[in-house]
Design a protein around this ligand. Structure first.
Ligand code: TRP
Length: 367
């Protein structure tokens, strides 16, 4: 089916996003949270590992913000971090399929491929080559100290830690710096990596000539962290995540299986009643209300009424996104073209940056 190709390419109509997320303030240790400024004209880079379908945690945590930034005129670069998949596993399982599904999720939630550059790591050689000079700018002790890497190693399924695991934050710095991004929308867990990118940018400028790399700043989501249906971190591997791609019945099943308690009166108490609070927050985000309002309305209705409300709220909110997703999924050729065009644009930018870097270093044969 190709007759819908033109609608695929079109930006998602704004009417389908009745609850645009507020654009959060940027943070960074040397750059305290401040006015993000006008996003128009800013370059934003962000990305995801293609390991499985995106879920509501991703959606409320970052996808909505990206679309908000795009609407405000920022220039978006979105990396499908395929090389990063092999940091904590031996082989990248079903890589092409996961990559395409990620792009489908992006487009379905409103990223416009005519304005955003969506590309895979492995399709941009010059980006990857930046890793070499960048690695020379950080010490082994610094790599060893990275709290996010430490945490990932602690939860890794691998018996031995690879060199890539230790160095991937520097690779991620290349993701951010190849396009000289100003802003990086990330979750709290990614802040140490942003610090690595800032360090690499600063040291490169100090060593080889000022002004080549700007200092990227983090944009933390203002949405509260969305727990899964059991009240713990939402994650596919825990079976507590509602995927964007899930259908209405699957959503109902997941919500029905959610862990609640016997207390009839519904309250919003994340510390005391994590399972109930996760559901209340989910309904609140979908309905653009406060968790307290949702809890108040359900009152003495108990877990059954809460689950009914949540199922309806999620299915209602996701209906247009799911419809667009289903349509996009029928034309894989279009998705592959989006990735090809994105890679072309990213390659042009990465080649230019690498040329600058080699010239600054005085590499023989550079322009
Ligand atoms: N590490 C990020 C994650 O696991 C994905 C990612 C790769 C990324 N490169 C990036 C995020 C650059 C922000 C900027 O979610």
């Amino acid at each position: 089916m190709t007759s819908t190709a033109t609608t695929h390419a079109a930006a998602a109509p704004e009417a389908d996003h009745p609850h645009p997320a507020p654009v959060p303030a940027p943070v960074g240790s040397a750059q305290p949270a401040a006015d993000p400024g006008d996003p128009a004209g800013r370059r934003v880079l962000t990305g995801d590992r293609p390991t499985g379908p995106l879920h509501l945690g991703h959606y409320f945590g970052t996808l909505r913000n990206r679309v908000g930034l795009q609407r405000q005129g920022a220039e978006l670069f979105v990396v499908v971090a395929d090389y990063q998949v092999i940091t904590d596993r031996d082989i990248a399982d079903r890589l092409a399929e996961h990559t395409e599904n990620l792009v489908i999720d992006y487009l379905a939630t409103g990223l416009d491929p005519d304005r955003a550059t969506i590309f895979a790591h492995s399709a941009v050689p010059a980006l990857n080559q930046l890793l070499l000079p960048f690695l020379s700018l950080v010490t082994v002790a610094e790599l060893n100290r990275n709290p996010t890497v430490k945490d990932e190693i602690a939860h890794s399924r691998q018996s031995a830690v690879s060199g890539l695991m230790f160095t991937y934050p520097v690779h991620q710095a290349a993701d951010i710096l190849f396009c000289k991004a100003d802003l990086v929308p990330v979750g709290q867990d990614q802040l140490p990596h942003l610090e690595v990118a800032r360090t690499v940018a600063r040291r490169f400028n100090e060593r080889y000539g000022a002004g080549i790399f700007p200092q990227p700043r983090a944009l933390l989501s203002s949405a509260p962290l969305l727990p899964g249906t059991d009240g713990t971190k939402m994650s596919k591997s825990r079976g507590n995540a509602i995927a964007l791609a899930a259908d209405a019945d699957e959503t109902a099943r997941l919500v029905r299986a959610a862990r609640t308690d016997a207390e009839r009166r519904i309250t919003y108490d994340p510390a005391g009643r994590p399972g109930v609070a996760a559901l209340v927050l989910l309904a609140a985000l979908c309905q653009d209300r406060t968790p307290e309002q949702v809890a108040e309305e359900i009152g003495d209705g108990g877990a059954a009424a809460l689950k009914r409300t949540v199922t309806e709220a999620v299915n209602e909110h996701l209906r247009p996104i799911r419809a667009r997703r289903a349509e996009l999924a029928t034309d894989r050729g279009h998705i592959r073209r989006v990735l090809r065009t994105g890679a072309e644009r990213a390659n042009t930018v990465a080649d230019a940056t690498l040329t600058e870097v080699r010239a600054a270093m005085g590499a023989v044969g550079s322009a």
